[in-house]
Structures are given as C-alpha cells and as structure tokens.
Design a protein. Structure first.
Length: 274
C-alpha cells in the first residue's frame, strides 16, 4: 500500500517568519506536535518545527535573552527535512521514521506539500491482529528517565536534550505522581517569557520547578497489556507515551509510539513481509 492511502491531507503549516507563539497556538488548536515550515514568498517547504524543538531551544542560553516577539520559526526549525512522495510504499516511509528517529514526515508532490504522515497515522491504520498476543513488556524501555516534582525545569530540559526524548515521568518516593512533556515545557516557558520582564528572565527562569508544569492526570499501563491494546489507547487518547506501572503505582518502564512502530517494522521484516 502507498503512503497516500493513510497520510493526513489537511496540512497545517507555519511560515518561517511567524513566531514560536504562533506555532504553539497552531499545534494546540489542531492537536499536532509538528509543523512543516514554509517560505512566505513561495510556500515551499523550508523546514520543520516540533514541540521538542521549542521546549529545548527557547530556554537555551543562546536564546534566553531573545524576546518572544523576535523569536521566529526560522530560528529554531530543522532545515534538513526528511520527506517522502505520495506513491512511496508505507514500509519505505516507516523505515525512514524508524531509522531516523522522527515522528512525522511531510509528503511532497514536486515542491508541493500534499500530506503529512505521523506515528499516529501508522498506528491508527495498523492491522492489530498479529500484536493481540504480545505483551508490552516485550518492547518497553526499562530505563525510565525520571524527575522529581522539586527538580528545576532547566534540569528536566537538560535530561530531554541529553537523551533525545520528549517526555519524563515524575516520581516521588518511587511512585508516579505525574508526567512532563515537551509541549508542557514549551507552553510554560513561552508564558513565562510573555509575563516576566526581560531583565529578570535570566535569573527567574531557573526558579521554575517541574511541579509547576507537570500533568498530574496521567494514565499508565501494565507489563502484560498487549501491544494492540496500548496502541488503541495511544491513538484514542492522543498519548505519545505511557508509563508502565504495577498495582502500587511504582514505575517499571515506559512505552512510546516509536517503540511500537520499531517492533512492528522488525516483526514484519523478519517474516519477509517487508
């Protein structure tokens, strides 16, 4: 099957001369985590910006003194965009995503953006029958990156950068008390920059704590839940990752959409389906 059969065709883009705030508003409105960036003159694809880009870059020392009104998408976007064509096979595009550790690929017909394919699109169209019996413990990440509610936000940001991840489990006394995502972080930092005078931002941004940003309403799963069941939850509730816990709410691992797609690709490749 070709990728045009499952890609999203209603594409939301952002101009490279728009602000980071504009991009975050678009992401929140359309419930998406990445935006193709286009040239304001030609409309051609010139980059891509993700929630993780915003969370990790706008609070960096390089940009911490730059007013939000001056922070354009061109400043933080990734310019070397991996793309696909509408008639590319699904497996070819999935391989690109798995090999390059990316969550979405713009689909180009010539210079025109005609679609977008994300991890969610693949999971939504997944034939789940082969994965109805496989427990999520087979693919979960056992080494979970965690933070405490009392940790500073800059510390959480550094962990995300160093480990190339977009979410952290918040743990207190060994138990899960929340989760913090790149989107949460980006929203908080943008709000902070809007309301705190520039001359105080350098010192005060280091006094933001995880507990001020984290979501306390989280959903976990267990080691024995099947891959198909977890995929359904992720799609229906728009989760990008889920902590694995036991009956005491102690964290044992985490599973992401990337983990599931990597397993699906390897599963089919080994069986000669791809």
């Amino acid at each position: 099957m070709t990728i045009d059969k499952i890609m999203a065709k209603d594409i939301v883009t952002v101009r490279k001369d728009q602000t980071v705030s504009d991009a975050l508003k678009l992401m929140s409105k359309h419930k998406i985590s990445r935006l193709p960036a286009i040239s304001p003159k030609t409309g051609e694809l010139v980059g891509i910006v993700t929630e993780k880009d915003m969370a990790t870059k706008i609070a960096s020392s390089k940009y911490e003194e730059v007013p939000l009104s001056h922070m354009r998408i061109s400043t933080i976007m990734t310019q070397d965009v991996i793309t696909a064509k509408p008639d590319d096979a699904e497996v070819k595009v999935l391989k690109k995503m798995v090999d390059n550790h990316i969550g979405g690929i713009p689909i180009l017909d010539g210079d025109d953006i005609v679609g977008m394919i994300t991890k969610t699109d693949f999971l939504r169209n997944l034939d789940k029958e082969p994965y109805n019996e496989t427990p999520v413990k087979e693919i979960m990440t056992n080494r979970v990156m965690t933070v405490s509610p009392d940790d500073r936000l800059v510390h959480a940001r550094r962990i995300m950068i160093d480990n190339d991840i977009a979410r952290l489990v918040v743990v207190e006394s060994g138990l899960i008390v929340g989760i913090i995502t790149a989107k949460d972080m980006a929203k908080k930092i943008i709000d902070f920059k809007k309301h705190v005078p520039e001359k105080y931002q350098h010192s005060q941004i280091r006094n933001l704590f995880v507990q001020e940003v984290m979501s306390q309403t989280i959903e976990t799963t267990t080691k024995d839940t099947t891959i198909a069941e977890v995929a359904d939850v992720m799609v229906s509730k728009e989760f990008s990752g889920m902590p694995i816990s036991d009956e005491t709410n102690k964290v044992h691992g985490i599973v992401s959409k990337t983990d599931i797609l990597r397993y699906i690709y390897d599963f089919n490749r080994k069986r000669g389906n791809y």
